[in-house]
Ligand binder design. Structure first.
Ligand code: KG4
Ligand code: ZN
Length: 403
C-alpha cells in the first residue's frame, strides 16, 4: 500500500510517500519520497512558535514540498509550475481554516498526473489549529482530486510509533516494525506534550500521566533562552551541558558563582504526573542572581537543569514500568533526541536490572516529520480502522486527545 503523509501541526511542514507492506507482526515501510522544511529559525526572533507565521509558512511551502516528495518517489509532478504567485498568495490566506476547498487549489492539483497512491494520511490534531487546517485542507483536496481515501492521524500517535520501528541495516530508507508485544509504555516528550501513555494495542491508548504545566521541550526551550540560546534551544542547551560535563571530567571547573541544587518537581508524588514550571522558575532566579554569565556558568546552569529533568523522567519512568508487565518502553517526541537522557536511561535500566527493552526513534524521527504519520496510518489500516471517503469533511482539532 502506498501512502502519502502530511504533517503541519507545529513549525515543521512535511510530506512523505511510503510504501507499506506486511502485517502487524512484520510491517515494513520504505520511504519513496520525503520532504521537510523546518520554520524554526523564522520563529527564533519571537522566542517561540508564532502561530500566524506558522500557518502562512505551511501554506506557502506545502505544495512545493509535495512536488519534491512526488518527484523523489518517481511520480513526476511539476505541480508548482501550474501555480502562479497570485494563487499562492491567495491560498496562504484561505487554507488555514474550515471552508470549501478553494477552486484554485483543486484546479492546479488536477495538473499533477495521478500517482499510484492508495491513501492520504494527515495529522488532524493536536497542534496549532490554523497550522493543522493547512495540512487537512491540502489532504482533502488531494483525496478529492485523486479519488482516494483519507486516514486522519493523531500527531502524538505518530510520536509513539516512531520508536516502534528501526531503520533497516541492509535496505536504504527502509524501516521495520520491531515491537509487536503489548502492553507497551510510551513516554512522549516534545515541545507541545509530555505524557506517559499505556499502549494496549496500536490505536488503543490511555494517558496515565502528563505534565500539569510546561512540557519538557518547552522547559528546555525557555531555559535555553535564559542562557542565551535561540529557539528552539533544547539541542543547543544539551550540547552546552555535555561540553561542561566533559570539561569537568578532565579538569576541575571553578565557577564564578556558587552552584546550586535545582528541584526535582513531583519526584516523590505517587503518580505519573510531571511539572516543569517550578524548575524553570528556579533557574530564572538563579540566572538573575548570577547576572553576567560567563561560559562556565552557562554550562553549569545547562547541566544542572538537564540533570534535574533527566532525574525526574527516570524516577517517573521507573514508577510507570512497575505498574504493568510492559513489553517495551518507547521514548518519543523531539526531546527523545537528547543523547544524555538516552544514555542515563540505558544506564539506569542496567544498574536497576530493568529488562524492559528501551526503544528510541531512528535519526530524524524524534522531531516532527511525516514518516511517523505515514507509519501510524498504516498501523491504523492494519487494525481495520475504516478510512474516510475522499469527500469526507475532515476537521482539524487543536485539542484532539489520544486516550
Ligand atoms: O516533537 P517536536 O519536534 O515538536 C512538537 O511536537 O512539539 O519537539 C520539539 C522540541 C523542542 O522543544 C526542542 O527544543 C526539543 O524538542 N528538542 C530537544 C532536543 N532536540 C529537540 N530537547 C532537548 N534535547 C535535544 N537534543
Ligand atoms: Zn511533535
Amino acid at each position: 500500500m502506498k501512502i502519502l503523509a502530511i504533517e503541519t501541526s507545529c513549525d515543521e511542514t512535511a510530506v512523505s510517500i511510503l510504501e507499506a507492506t506486511g502485517t502487524v507482526s512484520d510491517a515494513v515501510f520504505t520511504v519513496l519520497g520525503d520532504a521537510l522544511y523546518s520554520q524554526a529559525s523564522k520563529h527564533a526572533a519571537y522566542g517561540g512558535v508564532y502561530p500566524t507565521l506558522a500557518k502562512r509558512e505551511h501554506a506557502a511551502n506545502l505544495i512545493p514540498l509535495l512536488d519534491t516528495a512526488l518527484k523523489e518517489a518517481g511520480f513526476g509532478s511539476h505541480a508548482v509550475q501550474y501555480i502562479n504567485e497570485k494563487d499562492t498568495l491567495f491560498l496562504t490566506h484561505v487554507l488555514d481554516r474550515e471552508g470549501d476547498l478553494p477552486t484554485a487549489l483543486l484546479s492546479f492539483l488536477q495538473h499533477i498526473p495521478r500517482p499510484p497512491i492508495d491513501a492520504i494520511a494527515v495529522t488532524h490534531g493536536p497542534g496549532l489549529e490554523p497550522a493543522l487546517w493547512v495540512g487537512v485542507n491540502v489532504a482533502r483536496a488531494l483525496a478529492m482530486v485523486w479519488d482516494i481515501p483519507l486516514i486522519p492521524v493523531n500527531h502524538i500517535e505518530g510520536h509513539v510509533v516512531a520508536s516502534a520501528v528501526s531503520r533497516s541495516e541492509t535496505a536504504l530508507h527502509t524501516y521495520h516494525l520491531n515491537q509487536t508485544q503489548f502492553p507497551i509504555l510510551s513516554l512522549v516528550i516534545s515541545g507541545g506534550h509530555s505524557e506517559f501513555i499505556h499502549v494496549q494495542d496500536w490505536g488503543e491508548y490511555h494517558i496515565i500521566g502528563a505534565t500539569r504545566d510546561d512540557s519538557v521541550g518547552e522547559a528546555f526551550d525557555k531555559v535555553a533562552r535564559l542562557i542565551g540560546i535561540p529557539y528552539p534551544g533544547g539541542a543547543g542547551l544539551s550540547a552546552l551541558a555535555q561540553k561542561h560535563r566533559s570539561l569537568h571530567a578532565t579538569r576541575p571547573v571553578t565557577p564564578s558563582h556558587p552552584t546550586r541544587k535545582l528541584p526535582r518537581p513531583m519526584s516523590h508524588t505517587n503518580d505519573l504526573d510531571l511539572s516543569f514550571s517550578g524548575l524553570k522558575t528556579a533557574v530564572l532566579y538563579w540566572v538573575k542572581e548570577i547576572g553576567d554569565m560567563d561560559d562556565t556558568m552557562r554550562g553549569l546552569v545547562a547541566a544542572a537543569f538537564e540533570d534535574a529533568v533527566v532525574d525526574v523522567l527516570i524516577t517517573k519512568t521507573t514508577r510507570a514500568l512497575a505498574l504493568h508487565p510492559y513489553q517495551a518502553f518507547l521514548l518519543g517526541g523531539g526531546v527523545s533526541a537528547n543523547t544524555y537522557l538516552r544514555d542515563r536511561l540505558v544506564h539506569h535500566f542496567s544498574i536497576s536490572r530493568i529488562d524492559t527493552p528501551l526503544l528510541v526513534p531512528a535519526a530524524g524521527l524524534s522531531t516532527d516529520n511525516a514518516i511517523m504519520i505515514g507509519i501510524a496510518s498504516y498501523l491504523l489500516h492494519l487494525r481495520n480502522t475504516p478510512p474516510l471517503s475522499a469527500d469526507y469533511p475532515l476537521r482539524a482539532e487543536g485539542n484532539l486527545k489520544i486516550g
